[in-house]
Design a protein around this ligand. Sequence first.
Ligand code: ZN
Length: 148
Amino acid sequence: MSLREIMNTEIEQECNVCGATNVIAQSDLAAGTAMDGQVDARVIRLPPCESCGAAEFLIRSAADEPEHPSPGSFGHLHRLLVDVLYSRPMSSQQFAVGIADKDAAGKEVTAGEIEQWFGNGLRLTRAGDGDVIGPLEDESAEAQEEQQ
Ligand SMILES: [Zn+2]
């Protein structure tokens, strides 16, 4: 899972499985999903990859999420992007049934943070395009991080 850029009405996503770049309308995203009978409000479900069909999810931070241990790392910036995306109106409008409003709020990304880290736009430069800025986190690594 890798969110690359948030545009006005679309996002750019790089498939973690086949590496294809998909442009997805934000109106096609849904916040919250039911897995194993449990509704999880933190998840943004992406449509299947156009190339390989892989289904991916983005998981936003909890409202009380501690600061990222590596400011400026790919993992940190990616987390901020996901949280920004989650705060977009599309999220609350398309909530999966059963999610209470109080569970809908995630961690707010401040204007100052956006200015500090995304002064040139809401996009990520991939490690490998130039300097390696950190390992690409996969979902399992992120899940472990959240449990700590
Ligand atoms: Zn793919």
